[in-house]
Ligand binder design. Structure first.
Ligand code: CP3
Length: 336
C-alpha cells in the first residue's frame, strides 16, 4: 500500500498476477469437478483459493480469486470459461440490440463477492486484498469475438467502423467495471487492479480516441474511494504514457520494457509494477536471481515499485521457485 502511494518501504513489496490458481497442487485438488465459474460463486472456495498462495509464499498482497468475466455472467450474459480455452460467449455482441443486454451490476447480483471479500479481510489481517476487474477493451474483445482472439478482428471492425456503437458498449462495460470494483472496495478490498490485458493490440492514437475516455472515467470514479488503483496490460510499451494519463496510481509494465525505461514513458507521480518475464521462471535459479536483481535495480529509478511478473504465473511454474523469488526480493531490497 505504501509503495502504491510512493512512500518509503522497508523492502520492495511483491505479489504475482495469477498467484491464486493453476500452478498450485492444492488449488487443482480443490477445483476437481467444480467448473471455474461455479468456484467463483462459492465464498468458501474463493476464500480458500485466495489464501493458498498467501500461506505458501510470503507475498505482500492477496489477489481476490474470481475472473474478469464474473460480473458479465452475473448480469445474465450467457458465457462459460472453458478449461484450456478461456472465456466463451454463447451469443457474441455485434450490434446495438446486443449492447442493450449489458445492464448495470448491483451488489445483489454478486452477494458471494461481498461475502468472500469480508471473510478474506478478517482472515488476512494486515495483508492487503487486491480487488480487480477487467478493462473495457479486454471485456469488449471477449464479448464481440465470442472467445479468445489473436487479432481482435470483429472488435476492431466495430471500434474503427461503428464508433457510436463502440462508445455505447465501452460505456456500459466501464459502468460494469466501476460497479464491480466498488462492491469489492465496499466489502473491504484495500486496492484495485484493472486488467486491460489485451489493450496492447491498439495503436496509441486509437487508444486515446477510443479507450482512454473510458479507462479515465473508471479511475476517476474509483478515486473517491481512497484506495490505490493499479492499471495493467500486456504489450503496452507504446501505451504506457497514455495508461498513466488514464489516472491510476500504479502502472503495470510487462517484461518487454525495462522498468527504468518505463519511468521515462509514464508521467511523474506514478509507481510502477512489474516485470520479470513469467517464462524466466523455467530457467536455472542463477538466471532467475540475476534477472530478479536487475528488475529491482531498475525499479529503484521509479517513485514507487511493486515487484511482480510481467504477466500472470504460467500453469507449469514450480511453486518453490515463486517462494524462493519472493524471499529473494525481500532480502535484496531490504539490504539496499
Ligand atoms: O490472479 C489471480 O490469481 C486471481 C484470479 C484471476 C483469474 N483470472 C482466475 C482464473 C484473475 C485476476 C483473472 C483475470 C483474468 N481472466 C484476465 C486478466 C489477467 C490476464 O491473465 O491477462 C483474463 C484475460 C481472464 C480471462 C480468462 N480466464 C482466461 C484467459 C483464462 C485462462 C484459460 C485457460 O485455462 O488457459 C481464464 C480462466 C482462469 N481464470 C483460470 C484461473 C485460475 C484457470 C481456470 C481453471 O483453473 O480451470
Amino acid at each position: 500500500m505504501r509503495a502504491c502511494r510512493r512512500l518509503p518501504v522497508p523492502h520492495t513489496p511483491v505479489w504475482f498476477m495469477r498467484q491464486a490458481g493453476r500452478s498450485l497442487p492444492e488449488y487443482l485438488k480443490l477445483r476437481e469437478g467444480v467448473p471455474m465459474l461455479e468456484s467463483c460463486r462459492r465464498p468458501d472456495m474463493i476464500v480458500e483459493i485466495t489464501m493458498q498462495p498467501v500461506r505458501r509464499y510470503a507475498v505482500d498482497a492477496a489477489i481476490f480469486f474470481s475472473d474478469i468475466m464474473v460480473p458479465l455472467k452475473a448480469i445474465g450474459v450467457d458465457l462459460d470459461i472453458k478449461p484450456g480455452v478461456g472465456p466463451v460467449i454463447a451469443d457474441p455482441i455485434r450490434d446495438a440490440q446486443g449492447a442493450t443486454r449489458l445492464r448495470e451490476l448491483t451488489p445483489d447480483d454478486v452477494p458471494y463477492v461481498t461475502e468472500a471479500v469480508g471473510g478474506l479481510v478478517s482472515e488476512l489481517g494486515s495483508t492487503p486484498l487486491i480487488g480487480f476487474a477487467g478493462g473495457p477493451f479486454t471485456l469488449a474483445s471477449y464479448l464481440i469475438e465470442g472467445g479468445p482472439s489473436k487479432n481482435h478482428d470483429h472488435t476492431k471492425a466495430m471500434m474503427y467502423g461503428a464508433p457510436d456503437l463502440w462508445a455505447n458498449l465501452m460505456e456500459r462495460l466501464a459502468d460494469l467495471t466501476i460497479a464491480f470494483l466498488k462492491i469489492q472496495v465496499a466489502a473491504g478490498a484495500s486496492a484495485v487492479q484493472v486488467f486491460d490485458s489485451w489493450v496492447g493490440a491498439v495503436a496509441p492514437e486509437d487508444y486515446r480516441a477510443s479507450v482512454l475516455p473510458h479507462t479515465s472515467r473508471i479511475f476517476a470514479e474509483i478515486e473517491a474511494l481512497g484506495v490505490p488503483r493499479i492499471h495493467f496490460g500486456v504489450g503496452t510499451g507504446e501505451l504506457l504514457g497514455l495508461m498513466g494519463e488514464a489516472g491510476a496510481d500504479v502502472v503495470g509494465v510487462d517484461w518487454r520494457v525495462p522498468l527504468d525505461e518505463a519511468v521515462g514513458r509514464v508521467e511523474a507521480g506514478k509507481a510502477l509494477q512489474g516485470n520479470l518475464d513469467p517464462a524466466l521462471l523455467f530457467a536455472p535459479w542463477e538466471v532467475v536471481e540475476r534477472r530478479a536483481r536487475d528488475v529491482l535495480t531498475r525499479g529503484r529509478t521509479a517513485e514507487g515499485h511493486i515487484f511482480n511478473l510481467g504477466h500472470g504465473v504460467l500453469p507449469s511454474t514450480d511453486p518453490d521457485v515463486l517462494a524462493r523469488l519472493t524471499d529473494l526480493v525481500h532480502e535484496v531490497s531490504a539490504a539496499s
